[in-house]
Every structure is written in C-alpha cells, then in structure tokens.
Design a protein around this ligand. Structure first.
Ligand code: C2E
Ligand code: CA
Ligand code: CA
Length: 765
C-alpha cells in the first residue's frame, strides 16, 4: 500500500504518525547524554573549544526539544486540525534536524581538522549511531528522516572532501547509499504503521457498529464458547434475565450468571429443573427451540444455533404476553366456561395423566352421568335456571368425587374417572354412592329442583387408555339406563353393543316407514257401557316391518320420540284418522294419541286444522289423547296449546290416567274434558274389593270435576258387569267389546251398529 501524502491521509492516521515522533523522549535523553559525553571527552583530549560549542549546542537543542515534547504531550489531540498536526511535525523536524546537523558538523569538523584516531572514531561513531536510530524513531515523518539524514551526512561528506584525503572522500561517498537505504527503510516502516493504523481504525468502526447492532436488538443474545462460558452478551439479554452490567459477565459460566439473575430477581432460588434441562438440550443441540417459564411474569422463547468453531449462540425474546394469552385460550379450550370443569378432550388428557402418574392402580372405572329431563328445566324454568343448576351439579359432583378426575361433557352430561388401589368392588361401590348422592334436591334462588341422573358405568383397563372406545360403551350403558326410565345406573355389557346396532337399524327402518307412509292405523271402539253404540274410536298406529313383522307401538312410538320424529307420526295418524272418521256416522268421534313432543310447539294446531279442513270432519268429532306425564313436563306451553285446541271445539282426553305421579292432586287444573282411566285400575277389581273402591274413588272425583270417564282395558264380562253395576264409566274401551280393528272392519262394524239401532248388540267380542 502506498502512503498517501498528508493531505489525503486521514487526520487520525496523520495524528498517530506524528504522535509516534513524540513518543520516544527517553531515547532522546539517552542519545543526548551520549552525544554530550562523547564531545566532552573529545574536548578534554583536544582542548579544542569547537567541541565545547558542539556540546553546548546539543544541550540547547535538547532543552528546546524536551520543551516541545512536553507541549505536545499536553496538547488536546482531539481538537487538532490537519494544519496543526502538520505544524507539530515541522516543529519536531526542526529540532531533530538541528540535532543531526550539530552531529554532522561535529563529525565533519573532526574528519577535516584532526588526524587523531580517537577524535575521528568518537565523532563518527556518535554520528553513525544516531543515524542508525533515526529510522526507528522518526519513520512517522518522511521529512524528519530525510532532513536529519541530510543534515548529518552533508557536513561529514563536505569535511571528508575538504580533508584532501582521497580515501576519506571515497569513504564519505559511501554515505550516499546509506542515506538512500535509511530513506527506504523509513518509508516501509511508515507504510506498515499506516496500514496498521487504518486497519485498527476500520476494526474499531466494525466493532462499534457490531456493538450498536447487538445492543439495539429486540432479542437477547448470548454467545457461548465450548465450555458454555459467556463470550458475548447484549444489553437486552442482561435486561431480560436481570443479569446487571453486561461487561462484567464476560467469561462467566452461563449457569452461574443465570443463577445470579434468578436469585436476585426472577424466581428466587436455584434454576428450576425444567429450565436447566431445556438449557442443556439447547446447548448440546438436541433442542433448537424452547419456551422457558422463569416465572408468571417472565416467559422467554430461546433458539440456539451452534457455532462452526464450537459453542452456541442463544437468541431469546420475551413471550410473556403471548404465553399468558395462550394460557388463557388454552384454559378456555380445556375447561367449560359454565361449570369450570374440564371439557371432553382435556378430561381425556387428565385421565391419561392420572394413569401414567399412579403406578399402583388396581382398578379404574368410568361413570357417565346424564341429568334426567334436563331439557324441560330449560324449557320450563328458563336457560339461566338451567345453567345455574348445571353449575350446582358440577360443584356437588366435585365434592362427592373428590380425588377422582371429573369432567363436563356436552350439555347435561358429566363424567368421573375413578381409580382405586384396593380393587374394583370398592371402587364401584364408591361410584354408586357418588351417583346416589348426586341425585336429590337442588335449591337455587328460592327454586327447588328434584334432579335424578341416568348413569352408565364401566370398569376400564388403565393400561389401554382409549377414551373414544370407552365413551361409546359408556354411552350405550347410559342409553340403557335412560330407556329403562332414568334414575338408574347401568353397567356396560357386551350385548348392549348388538342391541345398539339393532336399534340403529330399527330407527333407520322407522324413518323410511314414516317417509313412505308405511304406517297404518287400527281403530279400537269405545262403547257406551251397555254396548249399545260406538261413541268413539281410538286410532292406534300400526307398523308392519318388512322382515320383522308387526312392531308394537309401545316399541316404535318411544323410538320415534327419541329420534325427535314423533310429530311426523302424529301428523300421519291425525290425517288418516280424520279422513276415515269423516266417512263414519255423525255421532261417532275419532280419538288420536298425541306425543309429548306435540305439546312443545304449536305446529300441532296447524296440523289439526289442516287435517280437519282436508277431511271435512267437524272439530267436535275429533278427540286428542294426552298423557299426564306430558302435561307435567311441559305445563305452560302444553296448557296453551290444549286451550287453543279446545277453543277449536276439539275434545281433550287425559290418557292412562292414574299412572302418572301426581294425578289426583291437580286433576282439576288440567285443560281436559275426558279422563281415560288406565287399565291397571281395572285389572283386579273382580278379586280385590279395595281395587274397586280405588276405581270408584277416581271416578267420583272426576265426575265432580265435570270430566267424562272412559275405562280402558276392560277384558272380561265380570269386569264389565262390576263397572256397570257401580256406574263407573261413560264409555268402555276394551277387548270385552272389541280389539283394535282395521279401518275397513271398523267401517263394517259401524255400519252394522247403525242398522241394528239402539238395544242391539253392537260389539265384536
Ligand atoms: P293406549 O293409548 O293406552 O292405547 C290403548 C292400548 O291398549 C292399545 O295398545 C290397545 O290395543 C290396548 N288395549 C285395548 N283394550 C285392551 C284390553 O282390554 N286389554 C289389554 N291388555 N290391552 C288393551 P296398542 O295399540 O299396542 O298401543 C299401545 C300404546 O301405543 C297406546 O296405548 C299408545 O300409548 C301408543 N300409541 C299407539 N298408537 C299411537 C299413536 O298413533 N300415537 C301415539 N303418540 N301413541 C300411540
Ligand atoms: Ca290412548
Ligand atoms: Ca290408554
């Protein structure tokens, strides 16, 4: 690299070159002492006052140069301009050249005047020694080197030539290549210095930039060597990990530094094992990213990359806000917002956790609980009350099943996973107790709810945790409980699977049958007690299954109700029955059974209106039968629907009266015209006088309430006689008079009855 002249050379390079000139005041002192001493000795030997003058000149020059050096040392370098630096250089050169000139003059004079070996040797030796050191001390200034060399050599050469000695002249001529060499050496040294100054200046620039970049990163950065000692750490890293002053940390073990930070501000104590593990994995390369929770307020996400020369660079950022948002979301996903209990998926996770944590589990079992008739709580008491009830159930369940895993599945289903070290029997006993104790009264805001639960239960093998499979089986067991009337706990049995499949198939077939109008209707007449006339016929649904034959309505009607398609059946039967009845004599009515579902919405009103208008049947000839249970469940809506139907002129009958819970107590408040007393009241009247009394009681009460009485299920003549003797019935329906008949048969029967007129035998049996 070529040394640029001072105008091009950057100021700081110039300054460092010039400063190098002023660096060596001690060599200067040593040199001066040698010079003065040498010439003092020469003076002593020769007594020539010229040498005294030379010594004095050295002293004067030395003193002024020392002053100059001092002034330079004190000068404020940062404010120096290029011109100032140049001035300092020239001042230096003047002093240096003066020293060289005095040396040269002393030496030239000795060569010219004396033929004394000592004098000449001393002068030449001192001059040459100084010349040799010129490069070392003055390479920083070309001018200084050149001028000094010239100032020293010129008088020597002149002295030697004037001495009239051709050998001396030749010898002094040899100083010329010496001068050139000196110049060249100084030049290469200057270039070397220049390069170094520029390079270190560039390095400093790069280091400063790197430092700025590092300390303005939004991420923390720690560079570790192969021994996991900190080589580089940025400001953000110290801030995030509470490590204090970063310059102090260089060379520290990361572990030690972290523990320091942790002890002082983060979690107080040693690093949690989890963090320790994650850090080790990051550093040995088995993990490239990790989220570490130092405390609730400090969650950092680390990523590590291995350095090619060994060691690791850790980069991390503060993800506390993100982590807490994620925690919240996760909580929302995991726990039911209403009851605060784990939802299905999280319940499965907790079960898996429990199984893996407890190694000495002897038995494990699941209990699935479903609130009986919960929908009606919502319908009758409102959703808020329904929600509160679920919360209360959740709380009670948690207390009862303390220590077990409790979850809340959809809607009104709760689940418990119980484990036990003693064996299955005691575990099942505990689950049974939980089920029994969960049932009962719940008092909420002045309202009282009697709640029962259908439950499915099964023992499971914790070694093969498969929540999905378990759930299917539990559902089957629960379903079994439900279909046997609620409030029960059923254990899963393998045959339930087959039953379930069978039931699914039957449901599909029933759906097809309804869609294709494959249901038919049979009619069972209700006679006046003496059998003289048919007053009404009850329409009863019939389903002849293509392969299974006749399926009783006791099977397929509840099935349709479960499937939520019972209203379709009603629709079909109402239509068919109205149509058939329209062809019957005017004084014969038709009675159609309604399902619970029909009383939940008012669509039934339109269905009935349409059926009447299409068939032309008068509303007074249509009876609708409802069970007490459907009334109790849907009281408000049901009541208004029934009122609307009655307002249309339709007769409402309470079916299966006496089989519901609280029949007698609010018989008077029911919007009905007829009660059909269930056949269970008839069954034993001939053998048990108390049964007859009971029947009479119900009949009398109903009469007082202006209700007409139909007695169902009268099978024998004895029963009929007894009923008539006590004048219990307004109408009789039973095998004693007629079984359900096809539409055609009923038409024929009615025709016969009409022809025979009053007093004739009108019944079939
Ligand atoms: P239900 O409304 O009480 O109908 C009377 C049932 O008692 C009929 O059975 C009938 O055949 C039977 N029965 C009549 N007289 C006697 C008797 O003297 N002795 C005995 N043991 N039984 C007698 P069915 O037709 O099997 O109907 C059973 C139940 O199915 C009905 O009971 C009713 O609850 C339901 N059902 C039938 N058709 C329909 C319908 O179209 N819609 C709805 N929602 N339910 C229906
Ligand atoms: Ca009925
Ligand atoms: Ca009945």
């Amino acid at each position: 690299m070529k040394v640029r002249n001072t105008i091009e050379t950057p100021k700081e390079v110039q300054l460092s070159l010039v400063s190098s000139l002023f660096d060596n005041s001690s060599t200067l002192l040593k040199g001066m002492v040698v010079h003065i001493l040498a010439y003092a000795v020469v003076f002593h030997k020769t007594g020539d006052p010229i040498y005294l003058l030379v010594s004095l000149a050295f002293m004067v020059v030395f003193a002024s140069r020392i002053l100059l050096f001092r002034r330079f040392a004190r000068a404020d370098k940062s404010t120096l301009t290029v011109a100032d630096i140049r001035r300092w250089e020239i001042r230096y050169v003047i002093g240096a050249a003066s020293t060289a000139a005095v040396l040269g003059i002393g030496c030239g004079y000795s060569i010219l005047v004396y033929e004394d070996t000592f004098v000449e040797l001393a002068s030449v030796a001192v001059a040459m020694a100084s010349m040799v050191s010129i490069v070392g001390r003055n390479y920083g200034s070309r001018l200084a080197v050149n001028l000094q060399t010239f100032a020293c050599c010129a008088p020597i050469i002149v002295g030697a030539f004037l001495a009239n000695d051709p050998y001396k002249a030749v010898l002094s001529a040899m100083l010329i290549p010496f001068m050139l060499t000196t110049e060249a050496m100084a030049k290469s040294l200057r270039e070397f210095l220049h390069e170094n100054v520029v390079a270190s200046r560039d390095m400093k620039t790069i280091a400063d930039r790197f430092d700025t970049a590092l300390n303005n990163m939004t991420h923390g950065l720690i560079m570790l060597d192969t021994e996991n000692r900190i080589q580089v750490i940025n400001r953000k890293a110290c801030e995030l990990l509470h490590l204090g002053e970063r310059n102090r940390l260089k060379g520290y073990d990361l572990d030690v530094a972290l523990r320091y930070g942790v002890r002082h501000t983060v979690v107080g104590g040693s690093l949690p094992g989890m963090i320790q593990r994650q850090l080790t994995q990051l550093m040995d390369g088995s993990l490239s990213r990790a989220v570490m929770t130092f405390s609730d307020d400090l969650v950092l996400e680390f990523s590590a990359s291995r350095r090619p020369e060994g060691g690791v660079v850790l980069i991390f950022e503060d993800v506390t806000a993100r982590a807490s948002a994620e925690r919240k979301i996760l909580h929302m996903v995991r726990y039911d917002s209403l009851t605060g209990l784990p939802q299905r998926n999280h319940f499965a996770e907790l079960v898996a956790e429990r199984v893996s944590e407890q190694e000495d589990i002897a038995a494990a079992a699941l209990l699935l609980l479903d609130v009986d008739g919960f929908r009606h709580v919502n319908d009758t008491k409102g959703y808020t009350a329904g929600d509160r009830l679920l919360v209360a159930i959740g709380q009670r369940l948690q207390q009862l099943a303390h220590g077990e895993v409790v979850g809340h599945l959809v809607g009104d289903q709760f689940i418990v996973f119980g484990t036990n070290r003693d064996g299955l029997d005691s575990l099942i006993e505990r689950l049974r107790r939980i089920h029994a104790d969960l049932c009962g009264t719940y008092e909420l805001d002045g309202m009282s709810f009697r709640v029962s639960f259908s439950a499915g239960c099964m023992a499971v093998d914790p070694a093969v945790a498969s929540m999905e499979e378990w759930q299917i089986k539990l559902d089957l067991a629960l379903f079994e409980s439900k279909s046997r009337g609620g409030g029960r706990l059923t254990f899963f049995a393998e045959e339930m699977d087959a039953r379930y499949v069978e039931r699914q198939r039957l449901q599909d077939d029933l759906r097809d049958a309804i869609e294709n109008g494959a249901l038919s209707v049979a009619y069972q007449p209700m006679f006046l007690p003496d059998g003289s006339r048919i007053a009404c016929c009850e329409a009863l649904a019939r389903w002849i299954h293509p392969t299974k034959g006749s399926i009783p309505p006791n099977i397929f009607i509840p099935l349709a109700e479960d499937m939520g398609i019972a209203a379709h059946v009603t629709h079909l039967i109402v239509d068919t029955a109205c149509h058939a009845a329209a062809a019957w004599p005017e004084n014969v009515a038709v009675s159609v059974n309604l399902s619970v579902q029909d009383l939940r919405t008012d669509t039934i009103l339109q269905v009935v209106r349409d059926a009447l208008s299409r068939s032309g049947l008068s509303a007074s000839r249509l009876h609708l039968e409802i069970t007490e249970t459907s009334l109790i469940e849907e009281l408000a809506t049901a009541r208004s629907i029934l009122e609307a139907l009655r307002a249309m002129g339709i007769t409402i009958a309470i079916d299966d009266f006496g089989t519901g819970f609280s029949s007698l107590s609010y018989l008077d408040s029911l919007p009905a015209d007829v009660v059909k007393i269930d056949r269970s009241f008839v069954r034993n009247i001939t053998g048990d006088s108390r049964r007859l009394k009971l029947l009479e009681g119900i009949v009398n009460l109903s009469r007082q309430l202006d209700l007409k009485i139909v007695i169902e299920g009268v099978e024998s003549k004895e029963q009929l006689a007894l009923i008539n003797q006590h004048r219990c019935a307004d109408l009789i329906q039973g095998y004693v008079y007629s079984t359900p008949q096809s539409a055609e048969d009923i038409s024929n029967l009615l025709e016969r009855t009409r022809k025979k007129g009053r007093g004739g035998r009108a019944y079939v049996a």
